[in-house]
Each structure stands twice: as C-alpha cells, then as structure tokens.
Design a protein around this ligand. Structure first.
Ligand SMILES: [Zn+2]
Length: 705
C-alpha cells in the first residue's frame, strides 16, 4: 500500500501497514512531491447504480478474460505469459505511465468517476464539504493563475530560511516546513507504541532524501552514478527557476547532494526497517536531546504544535546522530539550499509551468514515463489525497452497495475458516504455538469498503485560487490530526486508505484487514464470475492480507497488535527455515538483465501471496464440496482458479521503473507474483499437467502456510 497521505513523516513507525501493492508503483516515484498525487481510483459514467465495468463486459461465462490469455504459451513453462500474454500485448504502456497493470486499469476507471464527482462539486457549491473538494480541484486545475503567481507563494518560506544565522536557528524553521509537508532531515508524527498498541506516542523516523532510497546515494554502478548526476542538475535547475544565480544554484545542488549522501550513509536499509526490533527505540526527550545537541527540540515541538510529550520512539537513533552532525558541520549555505530545495520539491506541481516541466523531466529519468499525466488526473489524485473521505463518501454512495459489503464479508469469513484449518493441519508447528495463532486469527477485525464514521474536515480552510495554500494547509491539517492522537488510545476504526483506492492492507499494530471499496471490482472481485475464478482472485487477495498477520514481520505481533514473541523457539526456527526457502526462491528471479529481486525485502509479500492463494484454494474446495463445478470456457474449475490469480497481475512497465521497484518495492513484479506462487503449488501442476523439471515446478517447493 503505499499509499497516499501516509508519508513517512506522518507515520514514522517503520512498521507501515502491509498493502497488496505499492502505492508508489501506481503513478509517481516516491521522490517527487507528487507523493500527494498518489492515491487514486476507478470507473466510468454517471448513473447512481453500481456500474458495470469494462472488465466485466470483456469477460467470459466463467469470469476469465479469454482475450488476456496467450494460448500459444506453455502454461507449465511460463504461466504468467499464458494468463497475461494477450493482455500485455493489447495494453501497451501508455505514454504517461511508467507502469500499467490491472490495478492501474481499474484505478483509471475509478478516476473517471472521481472526476465527475469533483467536477460536479466544483460547479455547484451549496454543501460546504462539496465546496471544499470543488474549490481544491478548481485551484489545482487553474494553471493560468498558478503561472501568474510565479514563486510568490513560497516567499514566506524562503525568507524564513534566509534569516537563519546559525545551526541552532534551524529547529523552528524545520518545524514550520514540516508542518507544511516538506521532507527534510527526518519525519515526525504519531504512532501506536509497538509494545503497547493501545497507546499512541510521538515518533521520529529517518527521512529527508530526495531520491527514492538510501541505496541511490551509495551504489557505484553506472545507472546509479548517472541518476545522481541527473539529480544534482535537476536540483540546480529548480533553484535557478526559483531565482538563484547559476553559480549559486550549482553550489547549492552540490551541497544538497553532500547533505543527503551523509544522511543516506547512516540511514537503515529497507530490509532492516522491516524488522520491528530494529526500529523500536523509545527514549525520553532528554535522551533525544543528548544525541542531537544542536537541535532546539522545545522550539521544534512548539513549532509543530505537538501536545506535551516527555518520551517518543526514535526509529533510527544513529540516523538522528548524523542529522546532528550534518547540521553542525555543513556550511550554512548548504543547509539553506537543502531546505529551499525541499520546499520546491514539495510544491513543484503547483508552481509555474517551468517548474512542472522540470519536475517531470526528472520523473522521466527516474521512471521512464514518456509523457506527463493529464492535469486533471493529477488534480483528482491530489484532491483525493488531501480530502479523500469527502470524495470517498460520494464515491461509495454511487458505486458500492450494501450487497458488495455483504458478499465480501462472506468471502472473508470463508478465508478465515480456511486459515484456521490450515494452522491446525500444518505439521511444523507445535500445539502451543498453534493455540496462540488461532487466538490471533480470531482477533483479526475485518474492515470492508469504507469507514463507519467519516473524517471531519471543517477545520481545514480551502480557498479557491490558492493552490499552494490549500495543499500546505491540508498537510498541516493532517499532521495536526496525527499529533492530536498522542496520549490517546489507538482508533482502530480509522482507515489508512481512502475508499476509492485500488489496494488493500493488513495493519499489524491493529490486527485488522482493510479492503477499500475501490478494489472490490473486477478483475479482483467479480460478481459475474464463478466461484473458481473469484476464489483465485478475490479469495487470494483476502488470503494475502490475512497471511500478513503471519508473515515474517506480522508474526512478531500478537493478537492485540503488540510486538511480542508468542512463538516457541523451535516453531520460530521452523518458520524461519521455511521463509528462507521463499527468500532464496524469489531472490533468484531477475526482472531485467543485471537486476535481481531482493528476496529479503520482498519476503513478507511473497509469503502473503503464497499463503493467500493456498487459502483461496482451500476455501474454494470447501465451497464446492459435494457440488463440483463443471468445465467452462474450455477450462476445468481448477485451471480457472489459477487463471483468476494470474490475471490480476498482468502489467507492462518501463525498464527504469522496473529497476526502481526492484530497489524499493517490497512487492515482487507481476510475473513473479504469478509464477513464484504457482510453481510452489502441486495442485497447479496437476491442473495443467506439468511434469517434473518444468519451469513451473519448483523442487523442492517452498511452503510456509
Ligand atoms: Zn501485501
């Protein structure tokens, strides 16, 4: 999940909720300010009935998309090609996307609906909530007004930065800019206490890098060197556009690179950050001040308006020491250039055309997208990102009936029964741990479609014509909302994704699974499909999220969402051995020449995919017991089940984007999500008659759940 507004500095816990697919993969790299332009979502036309989708229209009697198949491919040699080859050939990468897959296809349809909802709101303004989304969107769309303002909207920030005379002046400036949403030095927000999930505490996390991950600063291969060079040039050009002389901008950009490289060197890598114990360092404010003496924490806390705190979680103490070092040792001009750059990065989409074009030019270098997405799509995304529960409320009313919720709930319950049985049946776990696992499973809460109570945005001021102001006020509103939770019990009814989002997640600290309305449509959930296809698709999606509670990370949390080891040592070891099999299997996959997947980074997702499809299978067997399904569309029910799984993951992407995702995405590419799982599945091999030695027969097969 990644995700829209759940940026690292809002949710500093390194233990983010575990999504079905990375949000950043959907549109923009994490490095651009377009992090705000990152949710999105789906369908067409305007009736107030739930609508038939394009995917439904194209499917067959059983729900399989026959045109998506490549019948010339051998299912036992490359099942992804067999299920998706037709789709991939008929859906070339659109010029404005670095990747286009089934998630994106549905997201595009959702976006059409959102556009209608928002444009309707922009045209009439009786209801205060509707007026907010209408005014926000209209301001974002008004490029002429944006162009005519130049960089005036940033003057206050630039003046504040310019006034700093010494490193100890930085804290209130950083606070003011964090409040507006700028990424610099570190992130600050609130998080459930990892060891006491009923209580929200303050948290600090590493941050402040303009490139997608620390490794981008440290690797020495040709691609990384080139990208760093392009980044420095990009920063310099942005500073020139903002008014710096060429010489000052170049010096500033080099300073930015020095600062970010120093921060990157002390940052934890992504694999380490998946380990809860490595990011749990609760300390007093006095202890924090002792490792960062240059930084005036009382001034910072006043600046972001946090309730009184005396302790907090510092996810990466070594990183904070290097923040102190950077602030102490860097020339003040470098620090100022770094802060100016991140103000520009944050607002680039809402600045004049030269900035937007330059911003896109760097996005291109990073992702390989050929064209900028149409403005309306970017503005729909940011409206949904900043005011998602207003947009979502209307979206849900128009697209998602009570029937959708009911059917999904039935499927969730079937999958939960399957996992319960799976836990009881597995041979590698002791009864003692099984008992604990069953307790945890029973405690999982199901959230389906949309929140029971909608967020109140009345304190957020939206002004038509003030695009930058609306955006930074929305960021401040969100950070204040997060900080106001400190000292209170966790609100488990809150959603981390908006209703139109095409994604799903498991939250380990709340022990709940969450399925936004946006994903409960074809090809993921298809009312018209038969059970075989639906259990292979939607059933496996539900199973995926549920399995996250028991993957290498999720298993470290108990039924209440606390970081607590409930496994016997022998069972923990047996789990690790099985997980290592999966890590080695996927670590051997190569998404493009010279690039290997990181088996440890993707381990949780791969365990969830394998477990999810297993649970879908078990639930299907339950559902058809005594009333077997017939062949349909030329496939047996068993074959249709696996095709249902495969057809969720069809995609095309640019080489640059594939490379980026291999570095930062905990999810494997579609091809390996399909092939990696089916090759561990004896029932697949039986269904398609695959012989030992075929590429889709992994020997020995890896299996955790
Ligand atoms: Zn996942």
């Amino acid at each position: 999940m990644n995700r829209h507004r759940i940026c690292p500095w809002v949710l500093p816990a390194a233990i983010a909720a575990l999504s079905l697919q990375s949000a950043s993969a959907q549109q923009q790299p994490t490095t651009t300010p377009n992090f705000k332009l990152q949710t999105s979502n789906s369908q067409q036309t305007t009736s107030h009935e739930p609508r038939a989708t394009a995917a439904q229209a194209a499917t067959s009697a059983s729900g399989i998309e026959l045109a998506a198949l490549d019948r010339a491919a051998n299912a036992c040699a490359d099942f992804y090609q067999f299920t998706c080859g037709g789709w991939a050939a008929s859906h070339p990468l659109p010029a404005d996307r670095p990747r286009y897959g089934r998630f994106d296809e549905l997201q595009e349809r959702n976006n059409q609906i959102l556009r209608e909802i928002i444009e309707r709101a922009a045209a009439k303004s009786a209801d205060p909530d509707a007026r907010k989304i209408g005014d926000y969107y209209a301001s974002c769309m008004d490029e002429a007004a944006i162009d005519s303002k130049g960089v005036t909207p940033l003057k206050e920030d630039f003046d504040r930065i310019a006034a700093a005379a010494r490193p100890s002046d930085l804290a209130p400036i950083v606070a003011a800019l964090h409040l507006k949403g700028a990424r610099m030095f570190f992130g600050f927000g609130s998080t459930p206490d990892l060891k006491n999930s009923s209580s929200v505490i303050a948290g600090l996390a590493q941050g402040g890098l303009g490139l997608p991950d620390r490794d981008y600063y440290l690797k020495e291969d040709a691609n990384s060197l080139k990208l760093r060079d392009q980044y420095v040039q990009h920063v310099a050009r942005m500073l020139v556009l903002a008014g710096d002389t060429e010489a000052r901008a170049i010096a500033g950009a080099q300073g930015v690179m020095r600062i970010e490289t120093a921060l990157a060197k002390s940052a934890l890598d992504l694999v380490s950050r998946r380990q809860p114990a490595k990011v749990y360092h609760k300390m007093t404010v006095a202890e924090l001040a002792a490792i960062t003496p240059v930084f005036d924490w009382p001034a910072y806390f006043r600046g972001v308006n946090v309730p009184p705190i005396d302790s907090l979680n510092v996810s990466e103490p070594e990183f904070m020491k290097s923040v102190n070092e950077v602030m102490t040792a860097s020339p003040l001009d470098d620090l100022k250039a770094y802060m100016r750059w991140h103000v520009l990065e944050l607002n680039a989409e809402l600045l004049p055309k030269e900035f937007r074009d330059e911003n896109f030019a760097f996005t291109q270098a990073l992702t390989g997208a050929k064209e900028q997405r149409p403005r309306w799509k970017r503005c729909v995304d940011s409206t949904n990102g900043d005011l998602g529960e207003i947009v979502g409320k209307t979206y849900v009313a128009e697209t998602f009936g009570a029937e959708g919720k009911e059917r999904t709930l039935r499927m969730v319950q079937a999958i939960e029964r399957a996992l319960n049985r799976d836990i009881q049946q597995i041979t590698w776990m002791s009864d003692e741990t099984k008992k604990q696992a069953a307790v945890k499973l029973k405690a999982v809460a199901n959230k389906i479609g949309y929140p029971d109570k909608w967020r109140d945005y009345s304190a957020l001021r939206i002004v038509r014509g003030d695009a930058v102001g609306n955006s930074v006020r929305a960021n401040a509103f969100e950070l204040q909302r997060q900080l106001a939770k400190i000292g209170k019990p966790v609100d488990k009814t809150e959603w981390l994704m908006t209703p139109p989002t095409v994604n799903a997640y498991y939250n380990p600290q709340e022990n709940n699974i969450n399925f936004p309305a946006g994903i409960l449509q074809p090809p993921f959930f298809n009312k018209a499909a038969d059970d075989a296809v639906n259990f292979g698709a939607a059933g496996a999606v539900v199973g995926h999220e549920l399995t996250h509670g028991f993957d290498d990370q999720g298993r470290q949390f108990d039924a209440a969402g606390n970081l607590r080891d409930w496994w016997t040592p022998a069972d923990g070891k047996a789990f690790e051995e099985r997980a290592t099999c999966v890590a080695n299997q996927y670590g051997g996959y190569s998404p493009l020449e010279g690039v290997k997947l990181n088996g440890r980074l993707t381990l949780g997702e791969n365990v969830a995919d394998n477990g999810g499809l297993r649970l879908g299978w078990m639930a299907l067997m339950d559902a058809v017991a005594g009333k077997p399904l017939a062949s349909s569309d030329g496939f047996t029910p068993e074959q249709r089940f696996f095709i249902g799984w495969g057809q969720m993951w069809c995609e095309n992407k640019s080489d640059q984007f594939a490379r980026m995702l291999a570095n930062v995405d905990p999810h494997s590419p579609g091809r390996f999500r399909v092939n990696g799982v089916v090759s561990n599945f004896p029932e697949f091999q039986k269904a398609f008659g695959c012989q030992a030695g075929a590429p889709m027969v992994n020997d020995p097969a890896c299996r955790v759940w």
